[in-house]
Every structure is written in C-alpha cells, then in structure tokens.
Design a protein around this ligand. Structure first.
Ligand SMILES: [Zn+2]
Length: 191
C-alpha cells in the first residue's frame, strides 16, 4: 500500500487535503481527509470503516453516518485526519451486511447474524490505519473512538494514543438494539 495521490478538498465543514492510499490502479483506495494542525496538540484522528448505508444514505440502523459527520466537524476545527477504510460491513462487505440485516429483522442481533452467515462478529483490521498514520508522520494521536480495540491496535503498531475522545450518538428507535450490543457484547465505551 502506498500514497497514490493528494488533492485539495474544500467542503461545507472546512477545507481538507484528501489523500488516497492503496495499490496502483485501485478503484477503492483508503481515503484520508486531513486538515491543518492549528496547535502543537496531537492530531485528532478518526478511523472510520466504510458503511455505505449509514455514511451515504443516512441509515438509522447504525450510528456510522452521524459519527462520520461529527468526526469531520471536529477534525476541521481541531486539525487532524479522518481515515476512511474500505472495510464495509465490519469487514464482510455490503452484500453480506445486507443479508445480516435480514437476519436481524428476524430477531438475531448484529453478532449472531454475522456468525450465522459464517463470518466473525468483527472482521475489521487496523494495520492499514497504522501504516497510513506512519506515512503522515504521526506517532501520537488523539483518537476519536468508543472502541478499545482500535486503541489497542494503534498502540500495538507503535502509534501512541495520548487521549481518547468519545463519539457518543444518542440511540434512536432503529439503532437502540445495535448500540446496546456494541456496548454490552463488543466492549464499546458508550457510557
Ligand atoms: Zn453503519
């Protein structure tokens, strides 16, 4: 994986530099939106795994879209980067994720439905995130996350997480069960 291109990307919430990381010719590279650091503080980083239904279409089944918007707001203000990793559906892909939604509509939770389809509850990995942060030259970050596994993965990769910034999205009718499973069975810190 390498840095493929870097461009200027003005948006409604602020001005970013957009970078793509992957292999030459990649149609689905990892994407980084970076904003300039205004202070000496460690950069604010959000590692966001792709969720087309939540990020683009505002799905109420999860909290991804709202987390993404919150993160971009903070990063535009504080300086740092959003790493947009192409591991849709907690790493099982869009089609399998949508099959899992059907099982959830029959009463399974998000972990049970993944396992029934023959997938792990969470198939995501963060090695690429570590490689990208190193490419950016950052060895210490403030990490926007509720997920202790992400902090462990960065620390194990030699990136110092100097502070955790929680991203708490209030539960709605459609995502309350999902958020409860994340908290009670997947160790997310939502309190
Ligand atoms: Zn989602």
């Amino acid at each position: 994986m390498k840095r493929l291109v870097e461009s200027r990307l003005p948006t409604a919430v602020g001005s970013f530099t957009i970078l793509a990381f992957g292999e030459e010719g990649d149609f689905f590279p990892h994407v980084v939106l970076m904003s300039t650091l205004e202070s000496d503080a460690a950069p604010v980083v959000r590692i966001h795994s792709e969720c087309m239904t939540g990020d683009l279409f505002g799905s109420a089944r999860c909290d991804c879209g709202q987390q993404l918007n919150r993160a971009l707001d903070s990063i535009a203000k504080e300086g740092g980067a959003l790493l947009y990793l192409r591991q849709e559906g907690r790493g099982i892909g869009l089609v399998e994720k949508l099959k899992a939604y059907n099982l959830q509509d029959k009463g399974r939770d998000t972990i049970q439905s993944n396992e029934e389809l023959g997938h792990p509850a969470d198939a995501r990995g963060y090695d690429d995130a570590v490689a990208i942060l190193k490419d950016l030259g950052w060895d210490a970050v403030q990490l926007m996350t509720n997920n202790p596994l992400k902090m462990e993965a960065l620390n194990a990769g030699g990136i110092d997480v100097v502070k955790r910034l929680p991203v708490i999205i209030p539960a709605g009718k459609e995502n309350a069960d999902y958020l409860h499973v994340k908290q009670s069975l997947m160790g997310h810190l939502l309190g």
